[in-house]
Write a protein that binds this ligand. Structure first.
Ligand code: PMP
Length: 314
């Protein structure tokens, strides 16, 4: 999915060649996974001229929230981070679909209660375009429960949290599935390893509520908006049982990297007729129109990298 690596990475405010962007092996970032991060998608336009970053501001605000909850001793303004992101994308001359990886690390050689020094890094890698029909997955309910507020903060994108998803993904693949779906400790549906989830049951779209141990996903929020404003099909945010997934007509993952990823089978049971459903297709079409800049009403979700005003306007 991610093909070419970037030529330049920005580290601590400086652009450096990719192989010089290194962290100390004894840093809390390395030892304890004390890195908060965002994965942000850029989308090329049809002419191959401009690149639009999807919901950049929302990602930067969430990174600030992650730094706050993880008690970093410094933060960055949205303007500072916007400038670094745009600088990296331009330095790498990225004009087609890409995944921008922005992280805030705790450096130094102190122990796990370190709150600084903080350094920001940003890189961008190319990303191939995929049709919806090539994205369908078979999922299993993981025997690993999703982390919860009593132990780790689920609404924070801190690297250490991702071992939960990693273990579930490895297990799912070992069991012959593509992806894992995590339940909460109370046995309710939470999300995937790097994606939130919607189901359509009795014609009504539903997604787990934000207090069910999920990441407060920007794609989820965008799709809730698309359901309400464009598809005339308001979605509910509610508690979802495991067995509802066995009865749903349609299920899909959503996330910056996953975009809209149909789930056509859960635990060996076909979802609906086992094919990508019509609602999933409508959501995909509306989402693609938004990210590609083809939706007039969604222009404020995009930051155009090569327009003169890109930095000043945000
Ligand atoms: N859950 C987790 C654990 C994630 O890592 C992601 C990807 N950021 C998501 C959900 C989807 O979030 P978003 O739509 O903001 O990318």
């Amino acid at each position: 999915m991610f093909t070419t690596t970037a030529k330049f990475i920005s580290l601590d405010g400086k652009l450096v060649p990719e192989d010089e962007a290194r962290l100390h092996v004894l840093s809390p970032a390395v030892k304890y996974g004390l890195t908060v991060f965002e994965g942000i998608c850029g989308y090329g336009d049809h002419k191959g001229e401009n690149l639009n970053i999807f919901r950049l501001r929302e990602h930067l605000v969430r990174l600030q929230q992650s730094m706050h909850i993880m008690r970093y001793d410094r933060s960055y303004t949205v303007e500072e981070m916007t400038e670094q992101v745009i600088e990296v994308v331009r330095a790498n001359e990225v004009r087609d679909d890409c995944h921008i990886r922005l992280s805030a690390h705790i450096l130094g050689t102190a122990l796990m209660d370190a709150t600084g020094p903080v350094a920001l890094s940003c890189g961008a890698v190319n990303r191939s375009r995929r049709a919806l029909d090539d994205k369908a997955v078979r999922a299993s309910i993981s025997s690993w429960a999703r982390i919860d507020e009593k132990s780790m903060p689920p609404r924070v994108k801190v690297a250490a949290n991702y071992h939960n998803g990693r273990l579930g993904e490895i297990q799912a693949k070992a069991d012959g599935y593509d992806k894992a779906i995590f339940l909460t400790g109370a046995g309710k549906v939470a999300e995937g390893a790097g994606a939130c989830l919607f189901m359509v049951r009795d014609g009504i779209p539903a997604t787990p509520i934000a207090t069910e141990g999920i990441l407060e996903s920007i794609t989820r929020a965008s799709i809730l908006d698309i359901f309400a404003e464009e598809l005339d099909m308001p979605a509910t945010e509610r508690v979802i049982d495991r067995t509802e997934l066995y009865l749903a007509e349609e299920i899909f993952f959503c996330g910056s990297a996953y975009e809209v990823t149909p789930i056509v089978n859960v635990d060996g049971l076909p979802v609906g007729d086992g094919e990508i459903g019509p609602v999933t297709r409508r959501v995909w079409d509306a989402y693609q129109a938004a990210v590609r800049g083809e939706s007039a009403r969604r222009q404020d979700w995009l930051t155009a990298v090569y327009s003169q005003a890109a930095v000043a306007a945000k």
